[in-house]
Design a binder for this molecule. Structure first.
Ligand code: ZN
Length: 204
């Protein structure tokens, strides 16, 4: 920890009192999204999507099988540290982190509000990885690890882009080593992008 602090990269102790405004006092908010922001040990992202936009869904990988957490209305879901997950229509890769992520969905009127809250623990190294899985057999096709790569928000929005580009570079690199299925090209973190098209999920 000492070396991290010396370079200024340590994730700080909690700021005990922070507030993130999701809507005004009457519950009104305009469609749009905010950049990731740092709140003490947490990283937070807020997206306010028109209800007409296809919903964002949390998907996790467990022993080669995909589980989706897809309920309408109000939802809070925790992705445990170390679990490969993706959020459909938000980023086209599977993210593995040493930090927990809490996902909140609030469907209200003609707006669906999403909140991602990552981190919140002391002593995190900031280890991240991205991976892709076969939609036919669930086998892992590719994975790239990033040790001590910093905070979740900056990683998802920026540092993961090079790995996505590398994955997209060749069809051979997107081919399942177990069954030969070719994964389509992936897309980076893309909030409110109606063109964001997810690869078919691995088997359920
Ligand atoms: Zn396969």
């Amino acid at each position: 920890m000492v070396d991290e602090q010396a370079t200024g990269r340590a994730i700080p102790e909690p700021i005990l009192n922070w507030t993130l405004r999701l809507a005004d006092e009457a519950g009104h908010a305009a469609p749009g999204c905010e950049p990731w922001r740092t709140l003490g040990q947490h990283d937070a992202w807020v997206g306010r999507y028109p209800t007409a936009h296809p919903p964002l869904r949390v998907q996790e990988m467990h022993a080669g099988r995909c589980a989706e957490f897809a309920k309408a209305g109000y939802l809070m879901h925790r992705v445990a540290a170390g679990t490969p997950y993706r959020i459909s229509r938000l980023f086209g890769f599977w993210h593995i982190s040493d930090a927990d992520l809490t996902w909140l969905q609030v469907q209200r009127g003609d707006l669906t509000l999403y909140l991602a809250l990552a981190g919140g623990a002391t002593g995190l190294r900031g280890d991240h990885a991205v991976a892709w899985y076969c939609a036919r057999c669930g086998h892992e096709i590719a994975r790239q690890a990033f040790a001590r790569a910093g905070r979740t928000g900056a990683f998802l929005a920026e540092r993961s882009r090079a790995a996505v580009a590398a994955f997209n570079a060749t069809a051979e690199g997107r081919r399942c080593p177990a069954c030969g299925w070719e994964h389509p090209p992936a897309y980076p973190f893309s909030p409110l992008d109606p063109q964001a098209a997810d690869a078919p999920p691995p088997p359920w």
